[in-house]
Design a protein around this ligand. Structure first.
Ligand code: KG4
Ligand code: ZN
Length: 356
């Protein structure tokens, strides 16, 4: 079965052709990062417009690269949530138009299930049941995947997602957007134990996460360091010097690499610890990693080591399948399709689509 998959939930316009849920025949991604960089984050209205500009080209390229024509495609799968409503609507509209015109079945796919399915592509031997840590810009979940269409959420974030915390801290230390990869890189030059940032634990929910506390702790630490430096500068500064100082000068003398490394240590530590606890408590010995934050080198290292220590089998996709792409949607969509799921022409974008 060859599936054409479309993904446009955030700032990547993507299309792919996937065979039998596991073999990627093409995987085309048009990233909008360069555009959104100018604004320090994703601007939803701009994202929608950019999707419209390139979606037809991206779909054409996915078909051409795969060597399949639209007539040879068996079903069209598309992300319909969660995500930015205007962005999702572009993909959903394109998928519906194509499926309708070519009389193909249409299957709406949950974006988070797509992230998990990236592991099926990377690891042809992986089959449920397993536990998956999904950490992205919008979500942080510990999920038991008991079958291809059966999920149980054991833990979730109470506030910010892990990727969101990476992006906010990166902005605060002047690294810009997208923050995750920049923190990852800078952290390699820093000391992860230079500053002890809190790892929030929620009393009655041992598998849940809270990342707003560690983010605020970084901001408070930065502010107090800036204040200390201002007080020291006051003795030598003239009024003119002070007026000319830019926000970058405010960070001068602060060891940003130490902050990046210490923040990354706290977040990756808590993600790994909670996943290990959940797996042990439920007797699950197969663990997978998914979502954009799964690109993080320290998280990959910690999870690999922790799984080794506990004797768990560990699976993680390559970086290109961790961040948003359509191949993962083609895989998740395939398993929905063979279980009998079909959508009709009233399929709509659902920005806050629940994960169940
Ligand atoms: O899964 P994804 O591409 O989009 C969402 O579904 O949200 O995840 C994007 C998130 C961003 O917050 C980005 O900063 C983060 O993944 N990310 C990383 C790294 N690469 C991407 N976070 C930490 N370290 C990385 N190397
Ligand atoms: Zn995503």
């Amino acid at each position: 079965m060859d599936i054409l998959a479309i993904e446009s939930s955030c700032d990547e316009t993507a299309a792919a052709v996937v065979q039998d849920g596991r073999i990627v025949l093409s995987n085309i991604i048009a990233s909008q990062i360069e555009t959104h960089k100018l604004y320090g984050g994703v601007v939803p209205e701009i994202a929608s417009r950019k999707h419209i500009e390139v979606i037809n080209q991206v779909i054409d390229e996915a078909l051409t690269t795969s060597g399949r024509t639209m007539d040879e495609i068996d079903a069209v799968c598309v992300t319909y949530g969660p995500g930015l409503v205007g962005a999702l609507l572009v993909g959903v509209g394109a998928a519906k138009a194509l499926a309708y015109a070519k009389d193909k079945p249409l299957v709406g796919v949950n974006h988070i299930k797509g992230h998990i399915a990236a592991n099926y592509i990377a690891h042809p031997d992986l089959e449920p049941p397993f536990m998956c840590l999904v950490a992205s810009g919008g979500h942080s979940h510990i999920v038991i995947v008991s079958d291809y269409d059966k999920y149980e959420i054991m833990g979730r974030t109470r506030d910010d997602a892990a990727g969101e915390a990476f992006d906010k801290v990166a902005r605060a230390i002047g690294l810009g957007y997208p923050g995750g990869p920049k923190i990852d890189k800078l952290a390699k030059e820093g000391d992860p134990f230079a500053v002890e940032f809190p790892k929030a634990v929620i009393d009655d929910a041992p598998y849940d996460f809270s990342f707003s506390g560690v983010k605020s702790a970084v901001l408070n630490y930065l502010n107090s360091e800036k204040m200390k430096r201002k007080l020291m500068d006051k003795q030598s500064d003239t009024q003119a010097d002070a007026a000319e100082r830019s926000p970058e000068d405010d960070l001068a003398g602060i060891n940003r690499a130490d902050i990046a490394a210490s923040f990354q240590e706290a977040v990756t530590g808590v993600l790994t610890e909670h996943t290990m606890k959940a797996a042990k408590d439920r007797g699950i010995t197969k663990i997978a990693l998914a979502g954009g934050v799964a690109c993080n080198s320290e998280l990959r290292k910690k999870m690999t080591e922790a799984c080794e220590e506990n004797g768990f089998e560990f699976y993680m996709p390559p970086a290109i399948l961790c961040t948003d792409n359509a191949a993962m949607i083609g895989s998740a969509g395939y398993y929905e399709y063979i279980k009998g799921r079909r959508d009709t022409w009233d399929l709509n974008a659902v920005p806050a689509l629940k994960f169940e």
